[in-house]
Design a protein around this ligand. Structure first.
Ligand code: TXA
Ligand code: MG
Length: 329
């Protein structure tokens, strides 16, 4: 693995590729994105084809600064400017009514658009030099775990995406908080590191969860962010019992614990604070998945606001296979 971070010539090469309509792997502070020119229909088609993502699942457009928002959105409410001032650049995506000039390919045919100014210095450098908007969904195949290192992106796409800028491991590790400001009452469509209380402090009351007439939000599908190995969520006590039972049944199981692994249990121990846990979660799920065990046993996390976004991702990771008793709780 190279320890050299990308320099000006790597950034120039990436920007030239984007101008040619090609796609690149782009680090952000949340997860790596598969980025393409948001004004180029063939680049947009390439994003959907490369990910294997249905064409009606909208993309997020990334820009370098808030002055560009008017090029992509119309009717920008005060709440958008307040949130922009509070959290951009950063892990927040705003859904606004789209500007007439925005190609419906980007928005999956919807009248709204997702916009974000990322905080990662490499992402900002590329956006500034590129000069326009970059559509960038997480750089994983549809339904798979999001990538948090350049190597994860290479593992997903190989030679199909030859340019992956290596910005190190993502500092946040889970996707941005998505706030819908385009349909009346503000609503959190996807929880993230910026939590509800922080948003309420800026704009007042905000609803949560999908709208009744919800558009396609792939991150909101039950089995998104999922490892291929059947994944169960259990309390620490039950996890130890299940692990023993698996071994008696001749199955291999690996655990994902909060803090140290229980004695005698194999797997990965994640930090016991929500920021540290989120930062390492997807890399841990990927490496457990790669072991080819029969099951991944995930220790239940605390039911507290600070763990809300992580709970959301774990629910989806385990939604194929949570044991009915445990998921009822
Ligand atoms: O942190 C992130 O947001 C990362 C990095 C790369 O910026 N991007 C990301 O993109 O997670 P993606 O495409 O994997 O997830 C974006 C989510 C999808 O669930 C999509 O449906 C939703 O945003 N979305 C985008 N535009 C929308 C719109 N107009 N209305 C509702 N949901 C929208
Ligand atoms: Mg995604």
């Amino acid at each position: 693995m190279s320890l050299l971070l990308p320099d000006a010539s790597d950034i120039a090469a990436a920007v030239a590729a984007l101008h040619r309509g090609e796609l690149i792997g782009l680090p952000t502070e949340t997860v790596y994105g598969l980025a393409g020119d948001a004004r180029n229909p063939s680049a947009i088609r390439g994003i959907f084809a490369t990910k294997g993502r249905p064409a009606d699942h909208p993309l997020i457009v990334h820009v370098a600064d808030a002055t560009q928002i008017a090029q992509w959105a119309r009717e920008i409410p005060d709440s958008a400017m307040q949130l922009a001032r509070a959290f951009w650049p950063g892990p927040m995506t705003l859904i606004l009514k789209k500007a007439a000039s925005v190609n419906a390919l980007v928005t999956g045919g919807q009248d709204s658009i997702g916009l974000r100014i990322p905080r990662h210095p490499l992402a900002l450098a590329v956006l500034r030099e590129f000069g326009g908007g970059l559509a960038a969904p997480s750089a994983n195949r549809f339904g798979h775990v999001s990538p948090t290192t350049a190597q994860h992106v290479r593992d997903e796409f190989g030679d199909t995406v030859p340019i992956v800028l290596d910005g190190g491991a993502c500092a946040i590790g889970i996707e941005s908080t998505i706030i819908d400001l385009g349909h009346g009452t503000p609503r959190i469509l996807r929880p993230g590191q910026i939590g509800k209380a922080a948003i309420v402090a800026v704009i007042g009351e905000v609803a949560e969860g999908p709208r009744e007439d919800s558009p396609r939000v792939s991150g909101a599908l039950a089995s998104h962010y999922a490892p291929r190995t059947p994944t169960e969520r259990l309390s620490r006590t039950r996890l130890v019992a299940r692990w023993k039972q698996c071994h008696e049944d001749g199955e291999t199981a690996l655990a994902l614990s909060i803090g140290a692994l229980p004695p005698g249990v194999d797997g990965i121990a994640l930090p016991d604070d929500p920021e540290g846990y989120a930062r390492h979660l997807y890399a841990a799920l990927r490496s457990l998945d790669a072991e080819g065990a029969d099951r991944i046993l995930v220790e239940r996390i605390p039911q507290a606001d600070a763990w809300r976004a992580i709970d959301d991702r774990l629910q989806r990771a385990a939604s194929h296979s949570d044991s009915p008793l445990e998921s009822a709780g």
